[in-house]
Design a protein around this ligand. Structure first.
Ligand SMILES: *Cc1c(COP(=O)(O)O)cnc(C)c1O
Length: 471
């Protein structure tokens, strides 16, 4: 493809993108294809000779688009959002255009220095200690793995990297409600999922610190070595918030690393009125949140903050001859701050988003989401056929349909069916969790362009989907 052709198709695709956003609400939010439907329409062998861009784009529209779930649809209320915004999208275009691989400072000084600056902004806006350092990771799963590996290296005096785990009996703690990425990281770090201790929670999905204390003390008495506690601020099921301050006192007392997983709810820390949720954060060692979930920044972009930069860098540093540069020690070479060597220029989209919205613009949009959430939550509470499973936190509602004529077992089946019916309408997309044995529908209101009209529509869809179950 030459420059002239690129220019032609580039303009065409920008128009495609603008049309897509203009019409996104006409698509079913959740893709309605059946398993194999896309795969079976694609040829079994790669094309031998190049094909025209027109043909490729035709197939994109006809074969690929039906199999897309529309995460940028304002009635996407499933999981947690992976929202985006136009400034973020434009920055992604430039990042792709530059095609820079930003592994070390020299391979694009602007990428390294912008990353340092923008993460300092986010650190300060989130109320994290001023002397912490930030780095962009691809996902929260990777950041949490980095935290566990750093804790492992610090606790073993950087011995494990050289000799492997050598008889140490490390223990990792999190609550019963924390994210599956923790168990995955514990496996990858060589600690073993049998050494992951899951602490029970109260009825709002927050870890019970007395039980954490008991667990740590009995492990020490047994000759095990408590390594790290991973506290959640905003669990994935129901947005439970672990008591950071109480947990921090325990981890300080026992010299255990404290990592805070605020992957989703961390965006709310940009609002000073929610920073009480991380009271005690100065006792922690590391903190992660995902601008790629709720902060209008396209996936992937995770902000990882650490108190002890050296523990992080000493864990990951590698210095083969071909990577040695004159600037060693003067600048940040982010390849040493995480797992992959190669890095995309992700700071650019964060910079575009923060500058375009302004801090006040971000805060206003987030507060708007909380308002919509509270209004819908109140509608559900005051309706006889709905109940909240946990109190509404931030912009997430956990609820279910209820009716005296059904048993608990029936209700679990019925709520599952309601969710299916609702998603099959294509008008909105919700997902579920189980809490205290109850099938629980979740509504997350965090899409960039969601407004009151979308929530009114959702409320109608919910009432419509339960009608058949009212005797
Ligand atoms: C989404 C989420 C994760 C995983 O995030 P990725 O960036 O997809 O790895 C981890 N913890 C919590 C609490 C989450 O909500």
């Amino acid at each position: 493809m030459d420059i002239a052709e690129f220019r032609k198709y580039g303009h065409q695709l920008v128009d495609w993108i603008a049309d897509y956003y203009q019409n996104v609400e006409q698509y079913p939010v959740k893709s309605q294809v059946v398993p194999g439907e896309i795969f079976d329409q694609l040829p079994n062998e790669a094309p031998k000779v190049g094909e025209s861009m027109d043909d490729i784009l035709l197939d994109f529209n006809q074969l690929i688009m039906p199999g897309i779930t529309h995460w940028q649809h304002p009635n996407f209320h499933a999981y947690f959002p992976a929202n985006g915004s136009f400034p973020s999208l434009l920055a992604e275009m430039l990042t792709a255009a530059l095609g820079a691989q930003c592994m070390i400072w020299e391979t694009s000084p602007a990428a390294a220095e912008l990353e340092e600056k923008v993460l300092n902004w986010l650190r300060d806006l989130s109320g994290l200690p001023k002397n912490w350092h930030g780095v962009i990771q691809d996902t929260a799963s990777t950041a949490t793995l980095a935290a566990i590996l750093s804790a492992r290296e610090k606790a073993s005096n950087f011995n494990t990297n050289r000799n492997g785990i050598n008889g140490q009996r490390f223990k990792v703690y999190c609550s019963e409600e924390t994210h599956s990425s923790i168990e995955k990281a514990v496996k990858i770090a060589g600690i073993g999922s049998n050494n992951l201790v899951k602490i029970p929670c109260d009825n709002q999905a927050a870890m019970l610190p007395e039980l954490l204390e008991n667990a740590i003390e009995s492990d020490i008495a047994n000759g095990d070595q408590p390594l790290i506690v991973i506290a959640a601020v905003g669990t994935t099921g129901t947005l439970g918030v672990d008591p950071i301050s109480a947990i921090g006192k325990l981890t300080e007392k026992h010299g255990v690393w404290l990592h805070i997983d605020a992957a989703y709810a961390g965006t709310a820390m940009l609002l000073p009125e929610y920073q009480y949720m991380i009271d005690g954060v100065e006792m922690a060692d590391s903190y992660v949140f995902n601008p790629h979930k709720w902060m209008f920044t396209h996936f992937d972009c995770t902000a990882y903050f650490v108190r002890d930069r050296d523990a992080l860098v000493n864990t990951f540093e590698i210095l083969p001859e071909y990577l040695k540069t004159k600037t060693e020690g003067k600048v940040n070479n982010y390849r040493d701050w995480g797992i992959p060597l190669g890095r995309r220029f992700r700071a650019l989209k964060l910079w575009f988003v923060i500058r375009h919205f302004g801090v006040e613009g971000i805060q206003k949009t987030l507060r708007g989401h909380m308002l919509l959430t509270n209004e819908l939550s109140e509608r559900l509470v005051s309706h006889q056929n709905f109940e909240l499973i946990t109190p509404t936190v931030l912009n997430t509602i956990c609820f279910r349909y209820i009716n005296d004529s059904y048993s608990e077992k029936d209700l679990n089946k019925i709520n599952q069916e309601i969710l299916q019916r609702l998603n099959d309408t294509g008008g909105a997309y919700l997902t579920h969790t189980k809490f205290s044995g109850k099938y629980t529908m979740r509504i997350v209101i965090g899409q960039t362009n969601v407004n009151k009209g979308h929530i009114d529509k959702l409320w109608d869809l919910i009432q419509e989907s339960v009608k058949v179950f009212n005797p």
